[in-house]
Structure formats: structure tokens, C-alpha cells
Design a protein around this ligand. Structure first.
Ligand code: 3HC
Length: 697
């Protein structure tokens, strides 16, 4: 008997218990343990019904992802599940926590399922670039019908137990919280009522009902846009379709073939890297796991604009009261109205209830005075990017806030140490860089100053988790990790257009790579007047600032999406960029003025210059210790800028392309284009000379 799976009889119930923390993943020990326990249960003449349940926080949360990419040790999961389904005694699965992937597939192999009302069920394999490979694509549609199975399997979304009951995935839901008691009671009722073995594979009504329908074609067409660039969602559809066109056994074979294709795809490797990277970023090197964390029960926010309001919503969403301070009452009223509108929109879409809208609004207080910050645990400043103003604010906060309060700036570029120098408590000062829209984007780039205490670093990382963000702790430099790399990409994109590319060509290369939008569409979204104002300030300060065709757009009132015209034009109420001949002319005139003869630029050159310049900068960021690990850079880009997770992040992608290829191109552009951005990173050179990758660091 394996240590991780035990068999014990209670009355007429043979109880099979899995205990493999943290999430009872179906690794080799669990799989073989499950088989051994099943044999024992079958042989136990006094056991009338078998009950499968798990210890700890959850039912089995899936196959053990750490085994992927290595040769699979027998028994495979489909074999284990087959054995359960073919058991001569009824088998009940009792589900608590999350029954996911292979975990849910195991439960589907059992004959009855009971779940705690708090449990969640799902087949999230698609999020890892896979499809359910242990019968999920064949059994789930036999319970729910094709449409719902397609939706669940291609989205990877979880369903709550009551919904699972309505869909026919589970047979009963119990409001209790003791999974063993609930499971035993249900199994006892199966025994008492003499319920038979009931195999999902034998159910046929849902399969018959969908015969001859064109729903699969329709579903594929609908998916084409949603799953743009992705491999596995389409394989999921193929696999589910097999449940309707083939026998169960042949459907299982088809599922296995498709699963193997997904397993071999580079997208699977990228997505699994992203899965673990998202968890690794929380473990900050040098920050002890037991570092004390301060309680954050109330938050102050300076600024009720787009950023301040979005940040406030994050805290209200999780029940933490917020006080927003502005200079003028109108600004507060406007900010509150926008927050309310956002919440009302969520309510209209059914994401939250009207009662929740009111609860959340009630947690957002406003004030015109910093005195209202005297008791808060954390203040986040979210005002215009101006060092003098920020220093003035932090000096005031230092006077007002209680000892131990954390003073954070949402600056996206400025020096945290200089901001901290305006206070007597630099150890309590930190950067908390949210990404716009702050209530939506998952990244929280936490920036450590040179004096920020370990406790404050640990607390802001914990805050990220509390507000359901992915926190990454980075060092202090202009633009930190994300914007520092973005600025390099932006400058290169501008240079490419100056030389002859069109903005739409640059954007298409980036969206083809998998970004949700290109550089110039993104500028329009953020507002191109922002960069203009910064250039104007620098000009006023006597700096030489390069001329730009973007300045001409701004001077004509084309500020981006907000004026329905920027680099592109926009139709009423639409965010779709439309190429505007006016802009093409402005760019052509600009080139003529500058004496530039435009040349045809290949997509490959655009890709290399926009992406490799970022990777080279990412390598510099690593060698300077601004990011601790390449995976920190990857997570910043996936969650802050929409870098396609299926490529694993820019540094993982670079490793896949080969760092020697990247370095050779960097050197080419150093000669051809020049500039500090093309000076090869010494770290990149070192890794190439040693035949290593970023992942080896
Ligand atoms: N395999 C291996 N390790 C896993 C795992 C899995 N399936 N799921 C979670 N873990 C690990 C995490 O890496 C983490 O490890 P760490 O503590 O060393 O960082 C630990 O378990 C706890 O995970 P979380 O920090 O994510 O804990 P949460 O409580 O926030 O979330 C969860 C728990 C909802 C189960 C979440 O971990 C999750 O979504 N896991 C992935 C589930 C999944 O994708 N399952 C399908 C796997 S593929 C499959 O089953 C193929 C099959 O069809 C053949």
C-alpha cells in the first residue's frame, strides 16, 4: 500500500483516502496507490460501496504537472480511471475544495459524485496548452451534453458545486463542511438503497440528442477569435466531437492522440512555465518566508483619477475600506461616479449583484484632507508623474500617518529612493505600480527602495495576493522592469516607422506574435498627449529632444482613443483602430522634412528590432539585479502588458529561440542602427559563450 493512499473500512463502506499535499496532484505515487487501494476494496467482502475522498485542502487538483515532459511511469491515469469505472462495487467520489483536470476526470470515472457546496469543479487543462487527457472529453459531454462540455473544456472555467449539480456533473451537493461525514452519509445511502454500478461511459441520451447537429462547426467559428493564436482549444473541440462520432473506446484513443499532440507543442511548455512562474514570483529570493507581515485593514489613496479609482476598487472588492483624497470636491465626485459606473456595468453583466455594488461603494470614502489618513495602514499615492509634487506629498504623509503605516507610490517610472528621501521613514516607503485599468490588469509591480524594510516588502507582496493580483518584487530604476523594457520597444517602433514601416505594419507583427494590441494601438489607448507633454517639459528644461511625427498628431488635436483619432482613427463607440490616410501623409511629410528616404522593411526586421531590443534590456535588468530571475520579467510582461502566456514570457521565449540567435541579431543592429539600446548585454554575451540560457541563472 502506498503511503499517500490508504484503504480503511467503516461499516459497509470501504474508504479510499488520498493524502498528498499540497493539492493531492495525481503523481505516480497517487496513481499506483489508487489502484492498490481499489484492489483492496474489491477484495474486501464486507465493503458494499467504496468511497474516494481526499485529506487536506482539496480533492485532487489534477495530474501532477511537474511530471509533464518526462516519460510517464505506469500506471497512467486513464488506466487508473478505467479500473475505478469497471469496479464491480459502486464507487462514490466525495469532492471538496477543487476537483480539477485529472482530479475531476477521476471523479467522473466513479459511479456517483457528491460535493460540498463550497467545492469547485473544472477541466482547466486548456490553460496549460493541453486537453483533458484521461477521459474528460469523452465523459463530461455524456453528462452535460455537447454545448456545455465544449464551453467548460475550451475555457477551462470552474463551476461551483450547485451549478455542477444543475449540469448533471454531480449527483448531490451538501451544505456541510466535513467532507468525510458527507461522503460517508452519501455512500451509506447508496448501500442502503442498493444502488447499482452506473458508468458514465454507458450513458447515451446526450450523445444521441446531438447527432447530426452542426454545433461543432459553429463552436469552432466562434472560437476562432477568442482563442486566436492558440493550439489546444481547437484540439479540445476535436476531442469532444469524437465523443459524438466514435464509440467510447475509439473516442478515448482519439483523445489520447490529440492530448499527445498538445503535450508536444511549444505552447504547452510556455503555458506551464507561466503557471509555475506565477507561483515562483511570490517566493522572493532573500526574503525569508517567515518575514512578519503587517495587517492592512484600511487604505488611503491620493488621487481619484483613473488610476486612483481603479486602485480603490481592488481593495473595496475584497472588503477593505478605502479613503480617497483629492484637492477638489469635483474630482472626488467625478472619481466616485466612474467607480459606480464600473460596478454597475459589472452588475449588468451579472458578475456581481446590485447588493455587492452598494456594499463596495460603501467601503469607498472620500475626503479633502490628509488628516483622514492618520489611522490607515497603507497609503498609495496615485498622482501625476512629477517628482516635486510626489516629494511634497510624501513629506506631508510622513507628518500625518501613524508609525508603521506603509507609504507607497504608484509611480510608473520615478526614483523610489528620491521619493523616500522626503520622509523620515524611508524603510516604510515602497513602490506599488498598478497597470491600467488598475481594477482589471493582474500585475502589481512592487518596487523596493534601497532602504525599504523586509517587513514592508513582504507586506506589499501579501497585499498583491489579498487583492487577487500577481505581485512581482523588482528593484528601483527608471521605469523598473516593465516600462523600462517597453520604452525600448516604443523607441524602436518609432524608429522603424521613421525609416519606412507603417504603424499598422509594426502593430500587426506584434499582434501576430500574440499581443492583444500593437505598440501604436496601445499608445492611442493610453493617450499620445502623455508622451508629448513629457517631451515638452524636457524641451522647456533646455534638453534636445528629437522631433517626432507624433507631436504633429497631438498638435492637430489627435490625442488617441479619447478624441477618436490618434495614430489611428476610431468610429463612434468603437475601439477598433482604423488606418487614416491623414496620418500616413503626416508621416510621409515628416520623413521628407527629415531628409529620410523610406525603405521597405520586412516583418522579420520589425519582430527582431521590437522584441530583441526588449530582451537585451531584460538581460541588463537581470545583470543589474533589478529583477531577481528571468521568470520575474516574464510574469511582468504576461500580466502587465499582455505578452502571450503561451510563449512563456519574453525571456522564456528568448531561451526557446536560442540566445545565440538573439545575440547575433543584437550585434547586427548595433552596427546597423546603433545606440545604447543595441549595446549587447554582457550577461547575454556570457550566457551565449557558456552555452547557457536565462533559465539556467
Ligand atoms: N501539479 C503539481 N503541482 C501543483 C498542481 C498540479 N496539478 N496544482 C498546484 N500545484 C502546486 C503549486 O505549484 C503550488 O506549489 P508551491 O506551493 O510549491 O508553489 C501548490 O501546489 C499550491 O498551489 P497554488 O499556490 O496555486 O494554491 P491555490 O490554493 O491558490 O490554488 C489550485 C490551488 C486551484 C489547485 C491551483 O493550484 C491550480 O489551479 N492548479 C492547477 C490545476 C490544473 O491545471 N489541473 C490540471 C492539470 S493537467 C491534467 O490534469 C491533465 C489530465 O487531463 C491528464
Amino acid at each position: 500500500m502506498s503511503e499517500v493512499v490508504s484503504y480503511r473500512r467503516q461499516g459497509v463502506i470501504g474508504v479510499i483516502t488520498v493524502n498528498y499535499p499540497p493539492v493531492n496532484a495525481l503523481g505516480h505515487a497517487v496513481r499506483s496507490g489508487l489502484l492498490a487501494a481499489l484492489e483492496q476494496g474489491q477484495a474486501d467482502a464486507d465493503a458494499k460501496v467504496l468511497l474516494l475522498l481526499c485529506e487536506g485542502r482539496t480533492f485532487m487538483a489534477g495530474a501532477d504537472i511537474r511530471e509533464f515532459g518526462k516519460p510517464m511511469q505506469a500506471p497512467g491515469l486513464p488506466q487508473v480511471i478505467d479500473a475505478y469505472e469497471n469496479c464491480r462495487k459502486p464507487v462514490v467520489a466525495a469532492i471538496h475544495g477543487t476537483a480539477l483536470g485529472g482530479g475531476l476526470e477521476t471523479a467522473l470515472g466513479c459511479h456517483y459524485r457528491v460535493a460540498l457546496a463550497s467545492a469547485k469543479l473544472g477541466l482547466p487543462e486548456v490553460k496549460l496548452g493541453l486537453l483533458p487527457g484521461a477521459g474528460g472529453t469523452q465523459r463530461l459531454p455524456r453528462l452535460t451534453g455537447a454545448q456545455k462540455a465544449l464551453e467548460l473544456i475550451t475555457s477551462g472555467d470552474f463551476v461551483a458545486a450547485p451549478q455542477a449539480l444543475a449540469l448533471g456533473i454531480v449527483d448531490a451537493v451538501d451544505a456541510g463542511d466535513d467532507i468525510k461525514a458527507v461522503g460517508l452519509a452519501f455512500a451509506q445511502s447508496v448501500a442502503d438503497e442498493g444502488k447499482p454500478v452506473r458508468r458514465v461511459r454507458d450513458l447515451s441520451d446526450k450523445v444521441e440528442a446531438a447527432k447530426g447537429s452542426d454545433m461543432f462547426e459553429q463552436f469552432r467559428a466562434g472560437l476562432a477569435k477568442k482563442a486566436r493564436g492558440l493550439f489546444s482549444p481547437f484540439k479540445c473541440v476535436d476531442a469532444v466531437e469524437a465523443a459524438f462520432t466514435l464509440s467510447f473506446d475509439d473516442g478515448m484513443k482519439r483523445e489520447r492522440e490529440l492530448f499527445t499532440e498538445c503535450m508536444a507543442s511549444p505552447q504547452r511548455a510556455g503555458l506551464i512555465h507561466a503557471f509555475f512562474a506565477e507561483r515562483e514570483v511570490a517566493k522572493v529570493p532573500g526574503l525569508a518566508k517567515d518575514t512578519p507581515v503587517r495587517d492592512i485593514d484600511s487604505v488611503g489613496i491620493i488621487g481619484a483619477g483613473t488610476m486612483g479609482g481603479g486602485i480603490a476598487m481592488n481593495f473595496a472588492n475584497v472588503g477593505i475600506p478605502v479613503t480617497m483624497v483629492e484637492v477638489k470636491q469635483e474630482a472626488l465626485d467625478k472619481g466616485l461616479a466612474i467607480i459606480r459606473r464600473n460596478y454597475e456595468n459589472s452588475a449588468k453583466k451579472g458578475r456581481i449583484s446590485q447588493a455587492q455594488v452598494e456594499e463596495r461603494m460603501a467601503l469607498i470614502n472620500t475626503s479633502l484632507s490628509y488628516d483622514d489618513f492618520k489611522d490607515v495602514d497603507l497609503v498609495i499615492e496615485a498622482v501625476f508623474e512629477n517628482m516635486a509634487i510626489k516629494k511634497e506629498i510624501f513629506a506631508k504623509l510622513d507628518e500625518v500617518c501613524k508609525p508603521g503605516a506603509i507609504l507607497a507610490s504608484n509611480t510608473s517610472t520615478l526614483d523610489i529612493d528620491e521619493i523616500a528621501s522626503a520622509t523620515q521613514r524611508p524603510e516604510d516607503v515602497v513602490g506599488m505600480h498598478f497597470f491600467s485599468p488598475a481594477n482589471v490588469m493582474k500585475l502589481l509591480e512592487n518596487v523596493r527602495g534601497s532602504k525599504t524594510s523586509a517587513e514592508v516588502k513582504a507586506t506589499v507582496m501579501a497585499v498583491a495576493k489579498t487583492i487577487n493580483k500577481v505581485g512581482v518584487l523588482v528593484g528601483n530604476c527608471h521605469g523598473f522592469v516593465g516600462n523600462r523594457m517597453l520604452h525600448k520597444r516604443g523607441a524602436e517602433a518609432m524608429a522603424l516607422v521613421n525609416e519606412g514601416a507603417s504603424p499598422q505594419q509594426v502593430d500587426k507583427v506584434l499582434t501576430d506574435l500574440g499581443y492583444p494590441m500593437g505598440q501604436f494601438a496601445m499608445s492611442d489607448l493610453a493617450g499620445i498627449d502623455v508622451g508629448y507633454r513629457i517631451r515638452e517639459e524636457r524641451r522647456k528644461a533646455g534638453e534636445t529632444v528629437e522631433a517626432s511625427w507624433m507631436d504633429k498628431l497631438v498638435e492637430q488635436g489627435r490625442l488617441g482613443q479619447k478624441t477618436q483619432a490618434g495614430v489611428y482613427k476610431y468610429e463612434d463607440g468603437s475601439r477598433t483602430p482604423i488606418v487614416d490616410p491623414v496620418v500616413e501623409q503626416i508621416i510621409a511629410d515628416f520623413r521628407a522634412e527629415q531628409g529620410i528616404t523610406p525603405r521597405a522593411i520586412s516583418d522579420q526586421e520589425i519582430l527582431e528590432r521590437c522584441m530583441y531590443v526588449m530582451i537585451n534590456e531584460g538581460a541588463k535588468i537581470l545583470e543589474e539585479g533589478i529583477a531577481d530571475r528571468a521568470l520575474d520579467v516574464d510574469v511582468v510582461w504576461i500580466y502587465g502588458y499582455g505578452f502571450p502566456a503561451y510563449r512563456g514570457g519574453p525571456m522564456f521565449w528568448a531561451d526557446q529561440l536560442g540566445l545565440d540567435t538573439i545575440l547575433a541579431a543584437v550585434k547586427t543592429y548595433q552596427d546597423r542602427v546603433g545606440g545604447a539600446q543595441w549595446q549587447p548585454s554582457p550577461l547575454l554575451e556570457k550566457l551565449v559563450s557558456e552555452g547557457k540560457t536565462f533559465a539556467d541563472l
